[in-house]
Design a protein around this ligand. Structure first.
Ligand code: FRU
Length: 489
């Protein structure tokens, strides 16, 4: 380790250590949260020596984005996390302006991290992004001398030199593969595919997917994996334009389902769909669990909405990890089943009739799993009003005839002109619908009809706002279950 490297990483490790000793009651209890300062994308989500590791884009010194480090945490069950010292700092000539997003894999050489080294020329302001490697023992990592290992020059068609980032690595047979987020000279997203036998020398295999202009501009943070026999490419496009209920303006997340052939390296896929329809979900990344489940986690924030108050010492959370499946060519997402181990104080109402406004005994709180299955009824709309007191209320509202489902945080203490509301169209409208909602202080992750659609959003209201009420226009019959979620030691 040269001195520059040691100093910058040590400084970050010392800084976060001091802060970790501070009790910070505003933090979520089972969502990964910035230890201190700023957090964005999940990085290096992987299994190494029997534990799951998650790294993240991290700037410990400020609650705004800054020169990127990699923060680090680990878990056995995707719910209870232990924070480790920062793993990477921008301390080499080839990454001096940031260690941007990337991924990780367990190899014979240890835990290998693949990330984007960013440099900005001081005179010309020209940005260069290249893929780099670091490996370690699950705690300390060393950047390889051969860095950077992939530059955009490897690609045999014109691509941007400045937007070439977020490598996702995997192994198939004896070969390593990597997809990278990039774009052409017109800023239209491109996902180049590379392969290597030794992690040091990489070949360009072709363009896995191209943006024809339908899905935003630059494509960030790609991931490519197989689930239930289908190949899935996920990516996070910048500058999306709204399309009916499917896509919203700004940064979005999309997936393509299709078939991939390792012989030709061609990916045949259909139309893109949104991954999550909420207000705060970006840059998802997946890993494979020990038992073969495909697990996805994402940054629970959007670049355009900053809601965390200035007085907090941290800014940024991850979603709860989710299990992925494919059904009829569509992605199905459900919260990791391990969460159920932490359910306490179950309250259950079976076949309860609701009309007008109702409060149910035992149903309240801000750290819980709430499931409402509407089985029958004569109603036009119903609402679940939560995180509520006389001053605040967050809601979701379902309209039976059209299947329009709306999340609304505009009465949730928002002091800026950020997006407060979003509507989606449930796949099969009608009176019967199932809503699962996971609250963890500042966030609501909503899964509709057993994970057919997911909607993730952040809202910041005082913890005392913890009432839950049901408002039905008409009457309905439902089964309602609530479990508190307790991450006790
Ligand atoms: C996505 C992203 C990545 C980049 C990182 C920088 O949110 O813009 O493309 O690597 O954030 O922090």
């Amino acid at each position: 380790m040269d001195n520059m490297e040691k100093n910058i990483l040590d400084k970050a490790r010392q800084y976060e250590k001091n802060d970790l000793n501070r009790i910070n009651s505003s933090k979520s209890s089972f969502h990964v949260t910035a230890p201190v300062g700023w957090l964005n994308d999940p990085n290096g989500f992987s299994l190494f020596q029997d534990r799951y590791h998650l790294f993240f884009q991290y700037y410990p010194y400020d609650t705004n984005w800054g020169p990127m480090h990699w923060g680090h945490c680990t878990t056995e069950d995707f719910v209870k996390w232990e924070y480790l010292p920062a793993a990477l700092a921008p301390d080499k000539n080839y990454d001096k302006n940031g260690c941007f997003s990337g991924s990780a894999i367990e190899t014979e050489e240890g835990h290998v991290l693949v990330y984007t080294g960013v440099t900005v020329d001081e005179d010309t302001r020209e940005v260069r992004q290249m893929q780099c490697i670091s490996s370690g023992d699950g705690l300390d990592y060393k950047k390889w001398d051969c860095n950077p290992v992939i530059s955009p020059q490897l690609i045999t068609e014109p691509v941007s030199q400045a937007d070439f980032r977020d490598p996702k690595i995997w192994k198939y047979d004896k070969t390593y593969y990597m997809v990278v987020g990039s774009c052409d000279e017109k800023k239209l997203g491109r996902i180049p595919l590379f392969s290597s036998e030794d992690l040091k020398n990489w070949n360009y295999e072709g363009m896995l997917a191209r943006n024809d202009g339908s899905y935003g501009r630059m494509w960030e943070c790609p991931d490519f994996f197989e689930v239930d026999g289908t190949s899935v490419l996920i990516t996070s496009p910048q500058d999306m334009r709204k399309k009916e209920f499917e896509f919203h303006n700004g940064n979005g997340t999309i997936y393509f389902a299709g078939d991939f052939d390792y012989q030709t390296c061609e990916f045949h896929h259909g139309e893109a769909r949104a991954i999550d329809y909420g207000l705060d979900f970006y840059a998802p990344q997946t890993t494979m669990a020990k038992d073969g489940r495909r697990i996805m986690i994402a940054w629970m924030q959007s670049w355009d909405n900053k809601l965390i108050p200035e007085e907090y010492s941290w800014n940024g959370m991850m979603t709860l990890p989710r299990e992925l499946h494919i059904k009829d060519g569509r992605l199905i997402q459900t919260p990791v089943r391990e969460l159920e181990k932490y359910y306490v104080d179950k309250v259950e109402y079976e076949g309860i009739e609701l009309s007008g406004i109702t409060e149910l005994k035992g149903i309240f709180g801000r750290r819980l799993n709430l499931e409402m299955t509407v089985t029958d009824g004569e109603y036009d709309t119903f609402e679940i009003q939560f995180a509520k007191n006389q001053d605040y209320m967050t809601t979701c509202r379902y309209e039976a005839e059209t299947g329009i489902f709306t999340f609304d945080r505009s009465n949730s203490n928002i002091r800026r002109d950020v997006v407060g509301k979003r509507s989606i169209q449930v796949k099969s409208p009608g009176k019967r619908v199932k809503i699962q909602m996971i609250l963890d202080q500042h966030s609501a992750e909503i899964f509709i009809n057993d994970g057919e659609m997911a909607m993730t959003s952040v809202f910041i209201t005082p913890m005392e706002a913890e009432d839950i009420t049901f408002l039905v226009n008409g009457s309905l019959t439902a089964d309602i279950i609530k479990n508190e979620i307790c991450i006790c030691d």
